[in-house]
Ligand binder design. Sequence first.
Ligand code: HEC
Ligand code: HEC
Length: 194
Amino acid sequence: MRIALTLVFILAVAGAAGAGPLDAPGATKALNCAACHGPSGQSPSDAMPILAGLWPEYFKKAIQDYAAGRRPSPEMEPYAKQVLELGVDDVAAYFASQQRASTKVKVDAAAVERGRAAAQQCAVCHGSEGKGDRAKLIPDITGQPPGYLRTQMLLFKEDRRSPGDERLKALKALMKTIPDETFADLAAYFSSVR
Ligand code: HEC
Ligand code: HEC
């Protein structure tokens, strides 16, 4: 409730301020996201994904999955529901239009090299450089914070991200064959690809 009231307040203030950088319909609706995802979706944190530049189709699917509890996240579920109420297309368009800069979180060079070798098994879906496949909703994982990437791999391995999703069966079967230590190497590598 407090969150909803804060948002109404922010929207009212932004509306009263007149024309400005918050003019795009998605910009005001995305203000609450900055607390965790950083300004313009450019997360400075190791744990929070960068939203800037996400493909709107992938963004929308993620929001719908969080809101429905299919991708369980106590942090994201209330915000996802709020985004659906405000209009997910506007918010998705806003983040898609933000220039994406790679994470500044530093990684170990030796881990990057080990990860590069292990990453060959990801190329069949994510492409040889990890840039993904928009038509298949396979995300670009390059430049994301390493901590976030590692956590998501563990969640897939334990079937805790989108549990039981048939579409992710092959991905999860692959994650089960990979030792947990290797996830840190893979995360270091993909986070460092420019
Ligand atoms: C309290 C912190 C917090 C706030 C505020 C927050 N998020 Fe998130 N968000 C997270 C966390 C944590 C994750 C990763 C959850 C997981 O493990 O799937 C995440 C993940 C996401 C993802 C998935 C990214 C991907 O690459 O799959 C999207 C999209 C997203 N958030 C959008 C939003 C939007 C839009 C808002 C504002 C309306 C918002 N978030 C506000 C914490 C937050
Ligand atoms: C069979 C195809 C497939 C393979 C192989 C695959 N992935 Fe994926 N990956 C996907 C799909 C599809 C998604 C999107 C999941 C969703 O919609 O929630 C994804 C999502 C991810 C994410 C979450 C990104 C985000 O923004 O939340 C990470 C991290 C990831 N993959 C890492 C890897 C790594 C590392 C490998 C190799 C070890 C790999 N994947 C191999 C299909 C694949």
